[in-house]
Design a protein around this ligand. Sequence first.
Ligand SMILES: CC(C)(COP(=O)(O)OP(=O)(O)OC[C@H]1O[C@@H](n2cnc3c(N)ncnc32)[C@H](O)[C@@H]1OP(=O)(O)O)[C@@H](O)C(=O)NCCC(=O)NCCS
Length: 163
Amino acid sequence: MGEKSMQDRAFQIRPMTEGDLEAVSVLENLCFTMPWSREELKRSFENTGLYRFYVAEDGGKILGYTAMSLVVDEADIDNLAVSPEERRRGIGRALLIKALTDASELGMETAVLEVRDSNLPAISLYESLGFRQIGYRKKYYTNPEEGARLYGRIFSGSFPILN
Ligand SMILES: CC(C)(COP(=O)(O)OP(=O)(O)OC[C@H]1O[C@@H](n2cnc3c(N)ncnc32)[C@H](O)[C@@H]1OP(=O)(O)O)[C@@H](O)C(=O)NCCC(=O)NCCS
């Protein structure tokens, strides 16, 4: 399949279901050096009072997912991953916009997240969605050891973002 038709192929963003757990777990292991275990994923997914999970799907195939937790008036983006061969076609952005739009509609005032210091693709994505660095956590990550940038944004009339 050529690059153009890859770009044009549609994907759908929807809430995760239990049936997606296996595919999300595979994706998590593929994308992170400190992945959530299948058990952690399952426990968080089932904790519906705290977490919301969304997946990007194309013809039954899970291409990406995101998880956020909602605490009082703050949405914490805990995880975001897109399958390596499906990156750079807007899936990460679409997943985040869906989660943030829902968070805003649910009355959240702010969104926060941590990101590895060296993770430029993710940092660019977050900055393009209005996140700004609000803090730094030294040696937050292991494997390899690395600091985390804390990013945040305040919801305002600008949500939902339409681009
Ligand atoms: C970060 C990640 C989720 C982005 O997903 P994606 O579907 O490729 O992102 P999108 O196609 O929606 O990109 C949106 C924007 O992010 C930025 N971006 C994404 N990948 C980039 C890269 N490799 N280099 C520079 N900027 C990049 C760009 O601004 C891009 O917009 P553009 O394509 O119009 O220039 C994906 O790279 C990933 O899964 N990485 C591994 C896991 C990870 O690091 N997750 C984040 C943890 S905090």
